[in-house]
Design a protein around this ligand. Structure first.
Ligand code: SF4
Length: 452
């Protein structure tokens, strides 16, 4: 009988795509994939090792599986992914219930590795991490109407706080034809929204083609039949070029939505982070983005409590956030990651103070965000329909301004039946904390997401 595999995917969308590629390989090899770890002959945990909170989540999951194993509900425990790549043997040593551990280079050979674990012939494998496959068929774990499209892996930016370059290796782009073929196949399978991801999407092509090719790629994706929305995540400020902005502004389907993690606004802190720019240059960049796309939704993330962040630098950050009025904002308290230059920088900021500053910043942002949400009341926006609740007779979905899993939702009523995964225009009638309330408009011909 086919062995049953439970699969737990942790961390970011890039890791999720890795999981989807491996799920397809395992299914093709005859393993039975099950939705729960209970009853699995093996549970594979694809971990994240980016920051302390991610590592803790991975450890909690492993320990939970160890308990299931002890209770006889799970056969073997296999730990793979970023945390495995980072801590290698330590995982086997610290958590003896783990049967096998493997680094990112195993992803392409996950089937022989799992075969060998079942045969009792493998407990560890750490091949070259750049062997991580960038493409291939996958089993989507997202709803049918949207999918991540990973265009590169690794990072060569070397921000001083970040372990990603050492975990995932240098930046590597996928061939453009390969990405376009995948996007076409996704569209043919019913995907309507592509979420373009990488560690640094804006660097796309530099390694393979000797120039920044994201604008070219977007122009190719823009003409694929069936795709309605294209959304860009993980952009790097230095590479937001005029060509990119012009391409976005003139495309049919690329949404005026940019996820632009800025990390800080104080020039001294940014330099210590091994990033460029300061409050003035970042303000100018955002003004330029808004010049090209006045309606552009800006998402960013910041780190509070980076070594050397004094009250003055934190105030600079708060003032910048107030002045810019980001549409969406996330915040992490600095976590000193082993082996990164920032781990040893002085003076370190007390962890509680770093967390407190994060809360202050998020409270400030909540006020900005609430005002922006209130300002939408009375407007009509294009939404994707994601679910229907028969009990309340209401739909849930997302506006074009909201990325799945990280941004807000909208709950709305409709006089006509709507298809899940379809698009409709919704009049915003209220705000419920982070989310919106609305009423679907009668169908009056298709209005494209960018012509609002
Ligand atoms: S851009 Fe900086 S923060 Fe982002 S993955 Fe690369 S090194 Fe890490």
């Amino acid at each position: 009988m086919a062995k049953k595999i439970g699969f737990i995917s942790l961390g970011c969308p890039k890791n999720q795509v890795d999981s989807e590629l491996m799920l397809k390989k395992l299914a093709d090899a005859g393993y039975t994939l099950i939705d729960t770890p209970m009853g699995a002959d093996a549970v594979i945990i694809n971990t994240c090792g980016f920051i302390e909170a991610a590592k803790q989540e991975a450890i909690d999951n492993i320990l939970e599986m160890a308990q299931y194993k002890e209770d006889g509900d799970v056969g073997k425990i296999i730990v793979i992914g970023c945390m495995a790549e980072r801590y290698k043997e330590e995982i086997l040593k610290e958590i003896p219930e783990v049967d096998a551990v493997a680094g990112l280079g195993v992803n392409g050979d996950i089937v022989p590795f799992v075969d060998n674990v079942f045969a009792g012939e493998a407990t560890r494998s750490f091949p070259d991490k750049t062997a991580l496959p960038l493409s291939g068929e996958r089993i989507l774990t997202t709803p049918e109407h949207w999918a991540y499209l990973k265009i590169s892996d690794g990072c060569s930016n070397c921000c001083s706080y970040c372990a990603i370059p050492s975990i995932r290796g240098p930046f590597r782009s996928r061939e453009m034809e390969d990405i376009i073929d995948e996007a076409k196949a996704l569209a043919a399978a019913g995907v309507r929204e592509l979420i373009v991801i990488a560690q640094d999407t804006t660097r796309y092509g530099l390694d393979l083609y000797g120039k920044l090719m994201l604008p070219d790629l977007l122009r190719e994706l823009d003409v694929i039949d069936g795709i309605e929305w294209i959304r860009l995540l993980y952009c790097y400020p230095d590479r937001i070029t005029d060509e990119l902005l012009d391409t976005m502004a003139h495309s049919e389907k690329v949404l005026p939505y940019i996820d632009l993690p800025l990390q800080h606004a104080d020039g001294r802190i940014l330099a210590a982070m091994n990033r460029t720019g300061d409050r003035e240059s970042l303000t100018a960049l955002i003004a330029k983005i808004r010049e090209y796309m006045p309606e552009c939704v800006l998402r960013t993330t910041f780190i509070t409590g980076f070594p050397g962040e004094d009250e003055e630098a934190f105030t600079e950050l708060c003032e910048f956030v107030e002045e810019i009025g980001f549409d969406r904002l996330g915040c992490f308290a600095f976590s000193p990651e082993e082996g990164t230059p920032a781990e040893k920088m002085e003076p370190q900021v007390d962890g509680e103070l770093a967390a407190h500053r994060g809360e202050v910043l998020m409270e400030q942002q909540y006020e900005i965000f609430s005002k922006k949400q209130q300002a939408l009341v009375g407007k009509v926006v294009q939404c994707v329909v994601e679910d229907y609740d028969g009990y309340t007779d209401a739909y849930t979905g997302r506006t074009w301004m909201d990325a799945p899993e990280i941004d807000s939702a909208i709950t709305f009523t409709s006089d006509r039946e709507l298809a899940i995964g379809g698009f409709c225009n919704v009049e915003i009638i209220g705000v419920n904390e982070y989310d919106l309330l609305g009423r679907a408009e009668e169908e009056k011909g298709k209005r494209h997401g960018k012509k609002r």
